[in-house]
Design a protein around this ligand. Structure first.
Ligand SMILES: *Cc1c(COP(=O)(O)O)cnc(C)c1O
Ligand SMILES: [Zn+2]
Length: 418
């Protein structure tokens, strides 16, 4: 039903735990035989499991376990991840210029980013095969997620990160969960280069080059569709860094349609930060990706050599989607607007709304389109960024009121808001 193959040449790897094809060096990917799966059976099981108290059924990932690589029940390591809300976005809609918009908030996961949906599968598989050490390069969220799931599984997590260039909250969270945090000079791309060639017999690499991560993350597509009674939106807009998540969501929608859970595919729009946009450039110029030295305040997508760009390109093409980039000040403004919807997110996530605004103004996305923006991380992931923004003179800055008489202040407030 599901088998591991090279995403480049299609060969089956000799060992299920290598990260790259020994023949052509491309990443591996699971292939699900969707024609052998009944949409009715999936829908039925999903409904039943939503009412169950079994931890696997409550997880928005393991609820779909028949569509994932098999893992023994006693190895499944879950924190009830994946079951995140789709939230209507009124201010976001008018900011972007569309009639109707919703946020799929993947920041509402146990460690507050979408990485958990992939990590639960990667760590459960590693646990099943008796691995003791999980290792990752990280801009912060992979680190926190790997640390938490390794702790639950009784494994040791080792995190390689440019600690001074990532959010302090993410580092603190990772330390709390007990991971060994190894600071490196350089950036994420340097850290990932150090991790990828490690021997899978000794340590398990849990970056998104690990195909089990992608399988977990694809369930976000199912969770989105499930909340819309399996009716796909016109567009799904998400930020892109290493491009594992774009690959995963594309795969999820493709499989959902293959099974017959939904009638059509949403078009994918992948949004990069302008200072870290090698994929957007490759897309525009229709050529191979050329790595860059990445620079952006949206540190979760500060990646110059995205490992999964070929997989992501295939998914974006298949969905008739697009790739674009937005400036850091556009990300900052969009992030503030998402906050005003009472939702909030970390900077990288807001690239989605900033990107949608650009797509509407260029006419790529019509005003009456049915759109979902994917929010990848929680607002509390980077409070230093939010504090800086609100202390600035930016358009949506919300300065702290100091040294004023409360009664006078309230009177003025009631007058102006009446
Ligand atoms: C990891 C991450 C991204 C980028 O996802 P990729 O799969 O690397 O493209 C975007 N936003 C947040 C908050 C992240 O943690
Ligand atoms: Zn190959």
């Amino acid at each position: 039903m599901i088998s591991l193959r090279c995403s480049g040449c299609g060969e089956q790897p000799p060992d299920a735990d290598v990260l790259a094809c020994p023949l052509c060096e491309e990443l591996l990917a699971f292939e699900l035989r969707t024609d052998a799966i009944s949409a009715y059976a999936v829908e039925d099981r999903t409904r039943l499991r939503r009412a169950s108290v079994d931890a696997r059924d409550r997880s928005g990932v393991w609820r779909y376990r028949e569509l994932l690589p098999p893992v023994a029940d006693d190895a499944i390591t879950t924190l009830r991840e994946g079951d995140v809300p789709l939230i209507e976005a009124n201010r976001g809609a008018s900011y972007a210029g569309v009639d109707r918009l919703a946020y799929l908030h993947l920041g509402m996961n146990p460690t507050a980013s979408f990485k958990d949906a992939g990590m639960t599968v990667a760590i459960s598989h590693a646990r099943e095969r008796g691995a003791r050490v999980a290792i990752c390069a990280s801009t912060g969220n992979t680190a926190a997620s790997a640390a938490a799931y390794a702790a639950r599984a009784g494994m040791t997590a080792v995190v390689i990160a440019p600690v001074d260039a990532i959010s302090a909250a993410k580092v603190a969270q990772t330390l709390d969960y007990g991971a060994h945090v190894v600071a490196v000079e350089g950036d994420f791309d340097d850290a990932l280069r150090a991790v990828r060639p490690l021997d899978p017999a000794t340590v398990t690499v849990v970056n998104s080059v690990n195909p089990y991560r992608i399988e977990g993350q694809k369930t976000a597509a199912f969770v989105l569709l499930e909340q819309r009674r399996w009716h796909a939106p016109d567009w799904v807009v998400l930020p892109g860094g290493n491009l594992g998540n774009a690959s995963a969501l594309g795969k999820g929608f493709r499989e959902a349609r293959g099974i017959g859970l939904t009638a059509r595919l949403p078009r994918l729009a992948v949004v990069q930060a302008a200072g870290a946009a090698p994929f957007a450039r490759a897309w525009r110029e229709d050529r191979e990706l050329v790595p860059v030295r990445a620079q952006t305040d949206a540190t979760a997508i500060r990646i110059g050599a995205p490992a999964s760009w070929k997989k992501a390109r295939a998914e974006v093409r298949f969905s008739a989607g697009t790739v674009l980039d937005v400036r850091d000040d556009e990300i900052a403004e969009a992030r503030a607007v998402i906050g005003r919807d009472g939702v909030g997110c970390e900077p990288a996530s807001a690239a989605s709304l900033a990107g949608l605004r650009q797509l509407v103004s260029s006419g790529t996305v019509p005003r009456d389109a049915d759109v979902v923006c994917v929010l990848t991380g929680h607002v509390l992931k980077d409070t230093a960024y939010a504090e800086r923004y609100h202390a600035s003179s930016a358009p949506h800055a919300n300065a702290i009121v100091r040294g004023t008489d409360l009664a006078d202040y309230l009177n003025l407030l009631l007058l102006t808001r009446a």
